[in-house]
Design a protein around this ligand. Structure first.
Ligand code: PGA
Length: 257
């Protein structure tokens, strides 16, 4: 029998909120929300500066903190970077890798691959972002997606797979509103394609159970449809995670059976 895949609700706060006091308030609201959810785990990804103080406030086992990025080197002359070990020490259990906003500023597939290795080596879990910038009628975007996946999983052995999830985020759908998000039908097709690549890399069983979450203008209005009709096990939410009202409504839509 197939194991039930855990639902994951991840909040990508990006470069928000502006102060630690606001971050603490939002986290305490997320803590309360998390306690009301039955089958959903929450991952909050604040700016790295807030990790340590927020780690001291996280009270629910189902809520983990994560970083939005990590550098792949262990230490040394890398001005402005943070190592995976430092982030782990500050309380991160997850790290987002290869977000399109970082790829747009020069992060390469090779770097994504090295970052995944560093995160796993330091005992954390990686949430690997993949997603095409455009969709074309010749389906070149599938070749693009496959390349991103092959790089991200290049050094990942079967034994580490339980510490990786994929966040599929089509770049064209990010930061808009629910009307611009992907349809459940198209997301279902894409999640099948991702599973096909994973099945070629590992096995059909692994591919079928692999946690794939969706990001790109998830809002209360589309959360139910995307969660229940698109073959994904959760969301990576950006702007709608900064208001507890919208984030809670997404969480309840997800958590419903
Ligand atoms: P969005 O961001 O929900 O604001 O589209 C998602 C993301 O970039 O992770």
């Amino acid at each position: 029998m197939m194991k039930k895949i855990k639902k994951i609700l991840a909040a990508n706060w990006k470069m928000n909120p502006g102060t630690l006091a606001e971050a603490k308030k939002l986290l305490s609201e997320c803590n309360k929300l998390c306690r009301k959810l039955k089958g959903t785990d929450m991952i909050i990804l604040p700016p790295a500066l807030y990790l340590s103080p927020l780690a001291a406030l996280s009270s629910d086992k189902k809520l983990s903190l994560g970083a939005q990025n990590a550098f792949f080197e262990e230490k040394g002359a890398f001005t402005g970077e943070l190592s995976a070990a430092m982030l782990s020490d500050a309380g991160a259990r997850y790290v987002l890798v290869g977000h399109s906003e970082r790829r747009a500023r020069g992060e390469s597939d090779e770097e994504v691959s090295k970052k995944v290795a560093a995160i796993l080596k330091n005992g954390m879990s990686a949430v690997v972002c993949v997603g095409e910038a455009h969709r074309d009628s010749h389906a070149q975007y599938l070749t693009f997606l496959k390349k991103q996946l092959l790089f991200a999983f290049a050094g990942v052995t079967k034994s580490s797979l339980n510490r990786i999830s994929i966040a599929y985020e089509p770049v064209w759908a990010i930061g808009k509103d629910y009307r611009a998000a992907m349809s459940a039908h198209d997301l279902y097709q894409t999640s099948l394609f991702i599973r096909k690549v994973l099945s070629e890399l590992y096995s059909k069983e692994i591919a079928l159970q692999f946690p794939i979450i969706y990001g790109g203008s998830v809002e209360p209005a589309n959360a139910h449809d995307l969660m229940h009709n698109a073959g994904v096990s959760g969301f990576l939410v950006g702007h709608a995670s900064l208001q507890i009202e919208s984030f809670s409504r997404i969480a309840y839509e997800m958590d419903r059976q």
